[in-house]
Design a protein around this ligand. Structure first.
Ligand SMILES: Nc1ncnc2c1ncn2[C@@H]1O[C@H](COP(=O)(O)OP(=O)(O)OP(=O)(O)O)[C@@H](O)[C@H]1O
Ligand SMILES: [Mg+2]
Length: 263
């Protein structure tokens, strides 16, 4: 016996109203994503802009200036402007298709020297002692220097904010191969600042979460840093315990990145 053929039901035409709503939602999603991206870029651009403005203001406030001092300020202004140029050229590259293979490599030691130089004025003004330690056997990191720089500036910026109320502020940085997985390196930033309340620890990496007030923080530093690190195959985490350090430490953030496999 042959069964009667079941009639094929043609797929229902979506209600035009529902289709319009779907399209609107998709566009809104893309728009929200773009808004978030724009906010992140503004956050990154603001740091060197504020630094340049601060340097200019400091010079104007001085009654007398030595030539050496002016030259020092000029050097900082050029460095910060270079940072702006890098950020803007990264933005411009958005319109160019990403290369299929990236052979990005970053020497942690050289990069830390550069980041320290960028923060030099802030360090001197706040009297913070910065100690950096790079393991001699650390291979280059498999990530572009501007990405690692951006993350470290964010982590160190937070550390400097956190130690502001400490009479003997110390920020320590150490870079080494991870003992448990030698294909990764860690760069840890430790400070002896205010510490982080348990109640807010799980929210730190949320976009726009800040305890610094609108004028001081946008709450994007950690969110952006984690996104960049994950994009390079690594991560940024807050350690539950600071671990062992030469100087006392209350808060430690750890950046992990793959090490370069290329010789
Ligand atoms: N080293 C630290 N010590 C204490 N609290 C910290 C530290 N790093 C981050 N935090 C906390 O995490 C919050 C989020 O940090 P995040 O860098 O994302 O934003 P922000 O520093 O507030 O603003 P932005 O970085 O956008 O200027 C901070 O507001 C602060 O409360
Ligand atoms: Mg921050």
């Amino acid at each position: 016996m042959t069964l009667p053929e079941t009639p094929r039901v043609p797929p229902a035409e979506p209600d035009p109203e529902i289709r319009r709503l779907r399209e609107l939602l998709a566009a809104a999603g893309r728009l929200a994503e773009f808004g978030r991206f724009a906010a992140q870029q503004i956050h990154e651009l603001r740091q060197p802009l504020f630094a340049i403005k601060g340097l200019g203001q400091l010079l104007l406030e001085k009654e007398q200036v030595e030539l050496d001092e002016v030259l020092d300020f000029a050097r900082h202004i050029v460095e910060q402007s270079e940072r702006l140029t890098t950020l803007v050229s990264n933005l411009r590259q958005l319109s160019v298709p990403a290369p299929t293979s990236t052979k990005a490599r970053t020497e942690a030691g050289t990069l830390l020297l550069r980041v320290t130089a960028l923060l030099d004025l802030r360090l001197r003004k706040s009297g913070v002692t910065l100690r950096t330690q790079v393991a001699p056997d650390l291979p280059p990191l498999a990530a572009p220097p501007h990405a690692v720089e951006q993350i470290l500036i964010n982590l160190l910026g937070n550390a400097l904010d956190a130690v502001a109320a400490n009479g003997q502020p110390v920020v320590q940085v150490r870079a080494r191969v991870m003992a448990e997985n030698p294909r990764f390196a860690s760069i840890e930033v430790a400070d002896n600042g205010s510490g982080i309340a348990k109640a807010v620890r799980h929210r730190l990496f949320e976009s726009f979460f800040t305890t610094k007030g609108d004028e001081q923080g946008t709450g994007l530093g950690l969110a952006v840093s984690r996104e960049i690190a994950r994009g390079a195959g690594g991560d940024v985490v807050l350690l539950d315990e600071p671990g062992t350090w030469n100087e006392p430490a209350s808060t430690v953030f750890r950046l992990t990145l793959p090490v370069s496999q290329e010789l």
